[in-house]
Design a protein around this ligand. Structure first.
Ligand SMILES: [Zn+2]
Length: 73
């Protein structure tokens, strides 16, 4: 069975040649910091390094802590 592929037309919108690095860097830094904060709360938010008093944060991220292999109990 033959397939017909339409040739590109001149009216098709052109894609940008490449994404400018200056547009990516701020978002990469932002998400990098966000991931470090998340990693802190999952891996180290307990005991002497605790920022939030109580066990609430620890209990919320408890399964992720075990999944990632951080020491817990
Ligand atoms: Zn545990």
């Amino acid at each position: 069975m033959a397939q017909h592929v339409a040739p590109p037309t001149a009216n098709a919108p052109a894609l940008p040649a490449k994404l400018p690095i200056g547009a990516i860097v701020p978002w990469a830094v932002f998400f990098g910091i966000l991931m470090l904060v998340l990693l802190y709360f999952v891996g180290a938010e307990q005991g002497a390094t605790s920022v939030v008093a109580g066990e609430d944060v620890h209990e919320w991220v408890h399964d992720a802590r075990h999944l990632l292999g951080f020491p817990c109990h």
